[in-house]
Design a protein around this ligand. Structure first.
Ligand code: F6R
Length: 611
């Protein structure tokens, strides 16, 4: 969602801001803007892409070594030039950029209106800028105090940067529920909503905590809480390489990330298996492992693709460890009245570690005294900081909005957890455990083989790129994969698609099938193979088009289906890691052929930090 970048130091701010905004494009946005502070404050902003902003500022004065930039994903007010950030307060004392949502904006607005404030935009951010200014002028306090006092009156989430006209040598940054990172250079500081705009300049960073306010001068950084308690900054080293956030010769980040999956899975194993690959160590769970082994119930929460990974986790944990598992959309879980027992274990899955609904669901679970574990990709993000223990996926930065390598890495961790618990609970014998580990370690090579045959998938994509609907079917472990395949297609190609358990087809979706309906069926050789063959026959009997993902060498389905995509033979429980890959590629090629913006699909954001 919205992105923030700020700079204060000795070099020109503009290139840092514009490059930073480009790095943040992946988060999803609909307008962009910058403010350069240099005697006066110059604000340039417009609807559209960062490249539109670049065109807009051409030949305008962007000189100055202090500034802030923002990409906006509309919440309050439509995407247009006025609603784009930065926002200036009525009398020009403050300029603000803001991520998050001010929930009590309406009450604050009414109060300010009574005091003579009028508003140009429909944003909650402009209200905040004016609230700060009102407190500043009325209380005759410093900019910093005005910001802190204003924030005590705000209900909601924010990551923000503020500049005060009379205190131009500093930027003030604050966080509550919307991440901010401060990068430390030599007599210079960078501020951003994630590390991607910072990594090319420094790898020394401080992640702000909720309620922190950072007062940043070019040679001095002070961090306090909004209540004026001084904080000791914890400097961390970024483990992020600039190459990881560039396309590296691929046309799109999504394609790069699909092709990175063998490595992402290897990186996820790395250091978590004994040298002879007969045992699994999940260091992040060490302290909670005894409780996890004894768990009466596990509840997995997540959104979107992470929820799909959770469904695979349910099948894995119930099969290998025989612990009952429930999987819930975080957005539903948090708003109903779920029964959570103290001895439940909650596993929150999130690529970004910042998804607002997942964060809120975690807080709810923690109130009930349950242990909450995280499976996250972004190091230092909010979920790993909030949870009691957890495991990072180590997939590397995922820039494409459609999640690909994060999914397979999440499933890898869940597979490892299920195996480890199965062994510790004596459900799996040493022999079975060892064999499964050996099988899992073969996965990266098998994915590499699937990727080698991407031309076949491209040809299938060319045939069905103009379809208006798709159906995805799978049984057992492949039902979540069907859901994931359908989600990928919807997100990036805007083709309507539905994922269904294959056996459910006859209870409704079969009515949709005709010669115009491509049906993607995951039909690998496993215990429900015969049943899925029958499902394919049912589709063919109704003239549906079948694209089947099959185990290599399969001849039965080859004779039935219109197209087959072969994957290497594998244990059924490990095959979601393989079967999802052709579905990712199919969506990718279809979206490219339809001329869609694959990496930044319309209306979508990479980390959904609003409810
Ligand atoms: C799908 C996708 C989204 C995310 C969802 C959760 O391709 O990217 O559905 O999976 O928004 O995001 P995280 O995993 O960051 O919590």
């Amino acid at each position: 969602m919205c992105g923030i970048v700020g700079y204060i130091g000795n070099k020109e701010a503009y290139p840092v801001l514009i490059n930073g905004l480009k790095r943040l494009e992946y988060r999803g946005y609909d307008s962009a803007g910058i403010a350069i502070i240099n005697g006066d404050t110059r604000i340039y902003k417009c609807k559209g892409k960062v490249s539109d902003l670049e065109t807009f500022v051409k030949n305008k004065d962007v000189s100055g070594s202090i500034g802030m930039g923002h990409t906006r994903w509309a919440t309050h007010g439509e995407p247009n030039n006025v609603n784009a950030h930065p926002h200036k307060s009525q009398y020009g004392h403050f300029v603000v950029i803001h991520n998050g949502i001010i929930e009590n904006y309406s009450r604050l607005k009414t109060k300010l209106e009574k005091r003579g404030y009028t508003f140009k935009s429909q944003t909650d951010t402009e209200i905040l800028a004016n609230l700060i200014e009102y407190i500043y002028l009325k209380g005759k306090v410093s900019g910093e105090i005005a910001v802190r006092l204003a924030l005590t009156k705000v209900i909601g989430t924010y990551g923000l940067i503020v500049s005060c006209k009379e205190e131009q040598n500093q930027l003030i940054a604050a966080r509550n529920g919307s991440p901010l990172v401060v990068g430390i250079g030599k007599k210079e500081y960078y501020i951003a909503s994630d590390a991607t705009p910072i990594v090319e300049y420094t790898n020394s960073v401080i992640y702000l905590n909720d309620n922190d306010v950072a007062i940043i001068k070019k040679d001095e950084l002070t961090i306090k809480t909004i209540h004026n308690d001084k904080q000791i900054p914890k400097i961390q080293t970024l483990d992020l390489d600039i190459g990881e956030i560039e396309k590296g010769g691929f046309d799109h980040f999504m394609l790069k990330e699909i092709f990175e999956q063998p490595k992402a899975i290897l990186d996820t194993f790395r250091g978590r298996m004994s040298a002879n690959k007969t045992d699994i160590y999940l260091g992040g769970l060490y302290n909670v492992l005894p409780k996890l082994v004894e768990a009466k119930r596990i509840i997995i929460i997540g959104c979107g693709t992470s929820w799909h990974a959770g469904l695979v986790g349910e099948y894995l944990i119930e099969e290998y460890a025989k612990i009952p598992v429930e999987v819930e959309y975080a957005s539903e879980f948090r708003y109903r009245k779920p029964i959570i027992y103290k001895d439940d274990i909650i596993i929150a899955i999130s690529q970004s570690g910042e998804t607002a609904d997942t964060l809120a669901a975690i807080k709810l679970a923690q109130e009930s005294g349950a242990i909450v574990l995280g499976i996250c990709n972004v190091v230092g993000s909010s979920i790993p900081r909030l949870t009691d223990a957890g495991v990072y996926t180590h997939a590397g930065p995922e820039i494409g909005v459609a999640s690909t390598k994060a999914f397979t890495s999440q499933v890898t961790i869940l597979t490892m957890m299920a195996m480890l618990l199965g062994k510790k609970r004596n459900v799996l014998s040493q022999e079975e455990y060892k064999n499964l580990i050996a099988e899992l370690t073969k996965t990266p090579d098998k994915i590499a083989l699937i990727l080698k045959h991407c031309e076949n998938i491209k040809n299938i994509a060319a045939k069905y790129k103009d379809a208006t609907n798709f159906l995805y079917l799978g049984r057992g472990y492949f039902f979540p994969v069907a859901l994931e395949g359908a989600l990928k297609l919807k997100e990036i190609s805007y083709i309507h698609a539905e994922g269904y358990p294959a056996a459910e087809m006859k209870h409704g979706p079969i009515a949709l099938i005709d010669e115009k309906m491509p049906v993607v069926v995951i039909a690998t050789k496993d215990k429900s193979y015969e049943k899925i063959v029958s499902n394919i026959q049912e589709i063919k009997a109704r003239k549906g088009v079948v694209i089947a993902v099959v185990t290599e060498g399969d001849t039965v389905i080859k004779n039935l289906a219109d197209h087959v995509i072969e994957i290497p033979d594998s244990d059924q429980a490990l095959a979601p890691l393989l079967t999802v890959v052709p579905l990712q590629l199919l969506s990718y090629y279809i979206a490219v052929m339809r001329g869609c913006n694959v990496d930044q699909p319309r209306n979508l954001a990479k980390s959904v930090t609003v409810e």
